[in-house]
Write a protein that binds this ligand. Structure first.
Ligand code: FAD
Length: 511
């Protein structure tokens, strides 16, 4: 069946800018695009074993696991493509990663998927040394910009971060020894974790800032803001401690685990492999089909309604949309008051990610930090076939005065604030204005984990919830999405099996 599918198509997502063409939306080639967009073989009154809402990594992997276990599954997705907050576009002979990008062998669920589709040995590197601008630029506050070696930059950043994160005298090891089991574990009393979860990054910064000089302080602030995508007041200290624990409590591991290795074929190739696998085992699907509501009609029958007025039926539903989108779905019966509160509050990561193509290959070895600025970090990330350098750039929440698709001049001036460069092209997606994400990767405010994590992970009648946004371990990462897809598919499958057993003739006597 997969032979009938086109291998790529053009997506409506994303923006590009050049001085000659100005800002353009969409029309990018991506392997993630599904064409034709629909494959529904079952009759209108068919009751699927499961309907999965959302074709990001959480939804895709759960749909694949259930389909491959022989279940009848329907996948409904609002966009024209798979991958959600992770997708790759091919332009200029180059793979631009518009959302999730880097992978590591320290991310168990991701690595398993790479192994499964024979992609584990086909990695490429961000930032290669040897090009002309092989240094790090510090453009901080009012001090004149200066160039330092990459090693010196790493040491300066490590100093502030280590002082910031060392709340327990063991760089987070004592209070977060097991990052996949943060709230309840064999080492730490829950009350202790809850105490640290109540801190904001600002609270902690105020406690330790006197130990830093101005440059170190600016470096730390820019790093915290880039990681959280929020501001220091609405970003939890705990999510920083968890991040540190996930890189084995060692700052020097951050680059290798978070920012170094990419898939040569691009993230959309992995997402597409998972999708094609499921399709070859009978997955039915409809893209460009946003869901509007999920209603439990009876004990084992749910109606999933789409915005274009269709209703599909299933025994179970896996809802795999992002946290900040849940408030737009209508649930009957209503979600619990606690989950509604979490959904209303949402997460706070409104970061910006922008690709810049810069004349000449020199900047491919360059990194920079600029604070305060609409773009905080820029990293050299390969050379295009044209011989020009590619930079990948990140900023924090600047929504009131910076909307990249409306303000290309602001992007260009933010880049000049780092270093002189001739920008030939910009490519990006705005995840904050995107109706299917309404924010970037998840980052939680203080106290959010303590209050809401277990509720967000729990089921609501026959609706199960899978998202990187409430994963146990790599929350806010591809790995967290895959973890949640796996777990929820497993739970649904077990329950379907139990129910099937109970309804078989003679089941009562054999149970
Ligand atoms: C800019 C950026 C950079 C990142 N960098 C990295 C990185 O380097 N490494 C890493 O591991 N992670 C990274 N991440 C995080 C990672 O991409 C996400 O955590 C992960 O992809 C989320 O997967 P998900 O399946 O939980 O959610 P999503 O990918 O958001 O999938 C949810 C799906 O639900 C769909 N949907 C929403 N509403 C509806 C509706 N009403 N009806 C039907 N469908 C709907 C959406 O269109 C989407 O396809 C990054 C994220 C961003 C945005």
């Amino acid at each position: 069946m997969s032979e009938m599918l086109a291998h790529s198509g053009t997506t409506r997502d994303g923006f590009s800018w050049t001085s000659s063409n100005g800002m353009k939306k969409g029309n990018f080639t991506s392997k993630g695009v599904i064409s034709p967009s629909e494959r529904i073989r079952s009759p209108g009154d068919f009751v699927y074993d499961t309907i999965v809402v959302g074709a990001g990594y959480a939804g895709l992997s759960s749909a694949r696991d259930l389909t491959n276990a022989g279940r009848k599954v329907l996948l409904l997705e609002g966009r024209d493509r798979v991958g959600g907050r992770t997708f790759t576009i091919k332009e200029d002979g180059f793979n631009y990663e518009m959302g999730g990008t880097w992978v590591s062998h320290c991310q168990p669920h991701t690595f398993r998927e790479l192994l499964r589709y024979n992609m584990d040995k086909d990695l490429i590197k961000t930032r290669e040394s040897g090009h002309a601008n092989d240094y790090y630029t510090f453009a901080l506050s009012d001090a004149p910009a200066r160039h330092v070696s990459h090693e010196e930059a790493a040491a300066s950043a490590a100093k502030g971060w280590n002082l910031f994160i060392n709340v327990d005298g063991a760089y987070g090891r004592k209070i977060c020894p097991l990052p996949h089991q943060q709230l309840e574990n064999v080492q730490v009393d829950r009350k202790e974790v809850e105490k640290w979860d109540s801190y904001s990054c600002w609270d902690r910064f105020e406690e330790m800032k006197s130990q830093l000089n101005k440059e170190e302080s600016d470096l730390l602030l820019s790093l915290l803001l880039m990681i959280s995508g929020g501001n220091l007041h609405n970003s939890s200290l705990w999510d920083m401690i968890r991040s540190q624990a996930l890189v084995n409590h060692e700052f020097n591991n951050f680059e290798d685990i978070w920012f170094l290795y990419k898939l040569r074929e691009g993230q959309s190739a992995l997402a597409r492999n998972i999708f094609n696998d499921a399709v070859s085992n009978g997955l039915e699907y409809a893209f460009q089909t946003p869901v509007s509501g999920i209603k439990q009609v009876s004990n084992n029958l749910n109606h999933v309604s789409t915005r274009d007025g269709r209703i599909y039926q299933a025994r179970k539903v896996i809802c795999a949309v992002p946290l900040n989108i849940l408030k737009h779905l209508n649930f009957e019966p209503s979600l619990s008051p606690l989950r509604q509160e979490a959904v209303e509050a949402g997460h706070i990561n409104y970061m910006t990610k922008i690709h810049a193509v810069v004349k000449g290959s020199g900047m491919a070895s360059w990194n920079g930090v600029c604070y305060p600025n609409n773009i905080l970090y820029a990293y050299g990330d390969g050379v295009l076939p044209s011989g020009d350098a590619h930079l990948v750039c990140f900023g924090t929440d600047e929504r009131p005065h910076f909307v990249p698709e409306r303000d290309p001049a602001k992007i260009l001036s933010a880049l000049q604030n780092f270093h002189p460069m001739e920008v030939k092209k910009l490519v990006f997606h705005n995840w904050n204005t995107d109706p299917y994400s309404q924010a970037g990767p998840c980052f939680w405010p203080p106290g959010f984990m303590t209050k809401y994590q277990e509720e967000l992970q729990s089921r609501h009648k026959n609706v199960f919830f899978a998202s990187a946004d409430w994963a146990n371990g790599w929350r806010a990462f591809i790995d967290g999405a895959l973890e949640q897809g796996f777990l929820n598919a497993q739970n649904v499958l077990n329950e379907l099996r139990q129910e099937d057993k109970a309804t078989l003739p003679g089941a009562r006597s054999s149970l």
